[in-house]
Design a protein around this ligand. Sequence first.
Ligand code: PLP
Length: 486
Amino acid sequence: MDLKNHAATPIYTGLQNYTQAKIIHFDVPGHKKNPVSPLAEAFGEQIVLFDANSTKDLDVLSNPTGIIKEAEALMADAYGADYAFLLVNGSTFGVITMIMSACGPKDKIIMPRNVHKSAINGVILSGALPVFIDPEIDPEYGITNGITYSAVKEAIRANPGVKGIFLNNPTYYGTVSDLKAIVRLAHRHGIPVLVDEAHGSHFPFHPELPDAAMHVGADMSTVSIHKTGGSLTQTSAILLNEGLISKEKVRTIINLMQTTSASYFLLASLDLARKHLVFNGRQIWGNLLALSAKAKAEINKIPGLSVITRDDYVNGKEIYDYDESKLVIRVNELGLTGFEVYDLFKEKYNIQFELAETYVVLAVTGPGDTAEDLTQLVEACEKLSRDYYGKKPPFHLPLPGYFARPQAVVAPRDAFYGVKKQVPLPEACGEISGESIMIYPPGIPLVIPGERITEEIIDHYNFYRKQNCIIMNDDGNIDFIKVLGE
Ligand SMILES: Cc1ncc(COP(=O)(O)O)c(C=O)c1O
């Protein structure tokens, strides 16, 4: 990486120059940069001044030749990729694009069962056939983790001609599979590796963070720079190491679905975040890792609470690496669920967690966090323990310890578009599902569209219901399921 190039912010600078030119606008957007518009009154004049449509000066996201092209080259350089494609529709769009770039109808793709729903959407839209691998489960924390090298090897052996391997780097909770070995294995078979790095956009910027996908030779990655990189919400990038997948293919798929009116606020924020990460990322993440380690050590001493650290997780749990910037705090020993603690923290201490699961809450750190924020988190944990520890028995849900393995009988896309009827779930044995049902914990789909509903699935469903697990489907009516048929 040539550092001096990264001082440039082509989109942000181009936008500033364009704004200062005091152009009379007979193009869209309709607020025409008028400072007395309601938008300007609500958010300040800058919001309308910097909100622009694509023009020759500002380049076009769908076919960049100017400042966006320059910004994409800098983004690729920052992440060690051959190419980068800036996105204004989140990593949801990036994940779908990656799957559609590698797979067409009836092509097989290997993926963990605990993928984000965007990957299932990508399978539906591409017409691909998913080959699922069960992730490792941590029964103590009630969360799903990564997949093993040996499971990927077996899936490749059992599925000759598979067109892609998709995995998370890291999972929502920070666990990382042996990506480098999986990439080597996949490439020996000519299979591209597509990586969901929605939660790993900070990985390249500090040596103590896990390996980034592009650095270990993966073919494509999607990074949610808005999640941990400091850019505005909705901004992400697709990164490509060309070879098994061409940049033309990726651009074609992007242009099927991405807006033709990308927000320059969002695009410029990617430029500014990339520059900040390149120049200051090492110091920022070094500081955050130290603050996070200190907070974890303190939380681990608090009665009734525990938090995952790299040392106790990587050794002995078949987990290859762990992102120490995340704090997965287990709360069930207080006799509370993660969901209750999530609400208590907001109501009592004004602290917003990223998410809750049955036994845990997840605190995500990012470039904007301060030492004071982490001190307040630890203090709130101490207060919570004082209020609840020892007053109720620990909250515990026995989970089945294995996943039901539904058989896929119809391609997810065909099931999605098929004629459907709604039936009571306990009576759906033998039917083919027309929707996904997600269970938390352990955070995996019970069925996805096209899979056969068996007695075993219904047993698992009844079991999870009895345990008060969170069950999610398309319309929230969890006593029923949409199945194929008139
Ligand atoms: C693992 C994973 N992949 C993809 C996404 C989608 O990212 P975005 O919100 O940027 O669309 C998420 C969102 O939380 C995620 O958790």
